[in-house]
Structures are given as structure tokens and as C-alpha cells.
Design a protein around this ligand. Structure first.
Ligand SMILES: Nc1ncnc2c1ncn2[C@@H]1O[C@H](COP(=O)(O)OP(=O)(O)OP(=O)(O)O)[C@@H](O)[C@H]1O
Length: 352
């Protein structure tokens, strides 16, 4: 491997990949900084796995280029083989070798170093995931969470420059998933590993990533920190991809927009007076009747930790659905008041 150059750990420039007429990865440019955990978020079929496979060298990029530590590994006639890229890949199904002990699995990628040294590294990695006492066991004797930890130890053993994880928690049940996810991210951070984690779960992306790359139909829609994308989505699609979003009809007048819930700053000029205002539910404050815009409670649904209120508001065609904590005294009656929090960001788009 060549010495790293200053700059991003990984850089993609205009990477494309077609399968027949279908375009799986469409003009993707992005970078990952050293030590960063990047989440690739998108729905099924949007090209996440293909992108990882191209970076790992398992799939060729039709066009564009890939640079690792400043060195071109793909593009313009160069195609560095997977084993020479310094990229680790952890598959969704872990792909442990069933006929090998856990230690042999973890040592599998350690080439060109004496056996004893490889064994010591393997045991260290197993210790980091809390499974060194099981080094002689075989994969069939592991729970799903344990298998994930061994796969992680194996992927980290060669000290990859970049680790790619494809839906690493999706095969685990909810309880195990939360624990394994926390442990995995802690280990990646402790070891300073640069990682790209593919997920289709927005809450997972928000929780684990330094930055999120949001994809749709092979293209990058938005790149930003979890807070940036959640609070300042570039498009209604990006807003909906990261969590619940409400759409209010609005009338733009200069710098402001009138909505059925009150007036808000427009943020930018719009082409038409008719607009949509997209905002998070937390931008709407619920208070007693008489405060803010009047709303009538049509229905209350039990929601575990609280209630979901279905509210009729003058000027809105469909009921507004908002969640409130259990026992919120302000909303016991059938009539409540709603106020827009002008400090919360919102997205304004033309209605046509
Ligand atoms: N080897 C292939 N041959 C033909 N089409 C392919 C191939 N691999 C992927 N595709 C297509 O490319 C598109 C992107 O697939 P990809 O697996 O990268 O998506 P994904 O976002 O990882 O989906 P999922 O979350 O379901 O794994 C899909 O339409 C898929 O059918």
C-alpha cells in the first residue's frame, strides 16, 4: 500500500454504474474523512450495496474515479484489485466460514505475517468484541449477535484503511440490535476506524453517523450531519426520509408565508405565491384552547409513551396528526391551541 496523502480517506468522483439499461449508481461524488463514520441511507434498490461493492473493488465503476488516501484505485484505466485497496467489507449475513474456528475466521485476512503474530492479533480483536474465550468455537455455536461481533473482529483484524459495513445490524432482533450497534460504533470510534455503514433505517443513520449520505435512485440527494439533514432538509423527499414531516399550505408575501397555523419567515423568495411549508412536528407547540390557532381534537390514539392527536384546523384539508406525551394536561379538552415555533427551521417549496 502506498503512503497516505493529505486529504480525505476516500473520495468518489462522478462514479456511475449501469446494469443493462438500468442505472444503479448515477454520478455519485462524495468523500469520507479519516476516522469518520458515514451512513449511506436509502430505500431498497437505490444503489447502496452496488456503491460499496464498487469501492471495495468487487464491482467495476462504469465511469468516474475512486481515490483512497489520495491514490487512484479505480478509473481512467486503473483498477486496483480488492485485496490491494486496504478496504474491509462486512456483509449483511457476516459470511463466516463454518468449517473454521472463530480465531481462524478472524485471522483469515492476515496475510504475510508470521503465524504466531497473526494469532496474537486475532486474539486481540476477539478480546475487543468480548469473545476471546470462545476462540476455539465454531460459527454454528454462536448467536446472531455473537456472529456479528466475530465478523466485525475479522473485518478489523487487517487494520483496514476503510471499513464498509452493509446493513450490519439488520439480521438481529430489536434488543440485540440496539446493544450490538452501540458496541460496534464504540469499537469503531475507539479504534479510529474510518467506516461507511449502509442502512435503510433513518433512526439508525441519525444515531450512528458523523455524516449521512442520502441516496435515491442511484443519486446522492443530500450530504450532511444528522442534525443538518434532519433540521434543514434540501427537499421534501429528504425531509420525509429522515423522520415525520408535516406539509402546510401557505401563501407567500415577500419575506413571510401565511399558513393556517400562523405566519413564518419564508427564508427565500418563491416563484409562486402558493407554497408548501414542510416542517417537523416539534415546530408546532400545543397549548390550551385560546392560545394560538384553534384546533379541534377529532381522535386520540394511544401510542405507548403518549397519544396521537388527530386535529381539525381551519384551512387544512386533512387532519393534522401530532404526538403528545401521556398526561399532557393542556389537551384534555376537545379544543386546543396550536402555535408555530418560528425558531424551528422549515422548508418552503412552490406548490406547483
Ligand atoms: N448484478 C446486477 N445485475 C443487474 N442489476 C443489478 C445488479 N446488482 C444490482 N442491480 C440493480 O441495481 C439497483 C441497485 O441495487 P443495490 O443492491 O445496489 O441497491 P440497495 O440500495 O443496496 O438495495 P437493498 O437495500 O435492497 O440491498 C437495483 O435496481 C438492482 O436490481
Amino acid at each position: 500500500m502506498l503512503a497516505p496523502q493529505p486529504g480525505p480517506r476516500l473520495e468518489l468522483r462522478a462514479v456511475c454504474r449501469r446494469f443493462g439499461h438500468a442505472i444503479a449508481v448515477d454520478d455519485v461524488s462524495m468523500s469520507v474523512m479519516s476516522g469518520e463514520i458515514l451512513a449511506i441511507l436509502g430505500a431498497s434498490g437505490c444503489g447502496k450495496t452496488t456503491l460499496l461493492r464498487i469501492i471495495a473493488g468487487l464491482e467495476s465503476a462504469g465511469s468516474g474515479s475512486i481515490h483512497i488516501d489520495g491514490h487512484r484505485v479505480a478509473g481512467e484505466g486503473i483498477d486496483v484489485p480488492p485485496e490491494a485497496r486496504g478496504v474491509g467489507l462486512m456483509f449483511q449475513d457476516y459470511a463466516l466460514f463454518p468449517h473454521m474456528s472463530l480465531l481462524a475466521n478472524v485471522c483469515f485476512g492476515l496475510h504475510g505475517i508470521p503465524r504466531r503474530q497473526a494469532r496474537a492479533i486475532g486474539l486481540d480483536r476477539l478480546r475487543e468484541v468480548g469473545l476471546d474465550h470462545r476462540s476455539d468455537s465454531y460459527p454454528h455455536a454462536l448467536s446472531g449477535g455473537e456472529a456479528q461481533r466475530v465478523a466485525l473482529a475479522r473485518a478489523l483484524a487487517p487494520g483496514p484503511r476503510l471499513l464498509l459495513l452493509d446493513e450490519p445490524f439488520s439480521n438481529l432482533d430489536q434488543d440485540t440490535r440496539d446493544r450490538v450497534r452501540t458496541d460496534t460504533i464504540e469499537l469503531l470510534r475507539k479504534s479510529g476506524t474510518t467506516a461507511m455503514v449502509v442502512t435503510h433505517d433513518p433512526s439508525e443513520a441519525l444515531r450512528i453517523a458523523d455524516r449521512i449520505v442520502l441516496m435515491r435512485a442511484g443519486r446522492v440527494v443530500q450530504v450532511g450531519t444528522p442534525e443538518e439533514i434532519y433540521r434543514s432538509p434540501a427537499t421534501p423527499f429528504a425531509a420525509a426520509a429522515l423522520g415525520v414531516v408535516l406539509a402546510l399550505p401557505g401563501n407567500a408575501r415577500g419575506d413571510t408565508v401565511d399558513t393556517p397555523l400562523g405566519c413564518i419567515p419564508a427564508g427565500h423568495s418563491t416563484a409562486t405565491p402558493k407554497v408548501w411549508v414542510w416542517l417537523r412536528p416539534e415546530a408546532i407547540r400545543i397549548g390550551p384552547s385560546g392560545s394560538g390557532t384553534p384546533a379541534r381534537v377529532l381522535r386520540r390514539d394511544f401510542d405507548g409513551a403518549g397519544r396521537r392527536l388527530h386535529l381539525a384546523v381551519d384551512g387544512l384539508d386533512a387532519p393534522l396528526v401530532l404526538s403528545i406525551p401521556a398526561g399532557d394536561a393542556a389537551v384534555l379538552g376537545d379544543r386546543i391551541g396550536l402555535t408555530l415555533d418560528a425558531a424551528e427551521p422549515c422548508l418552503v417549496t412552490d406548490a406547483d
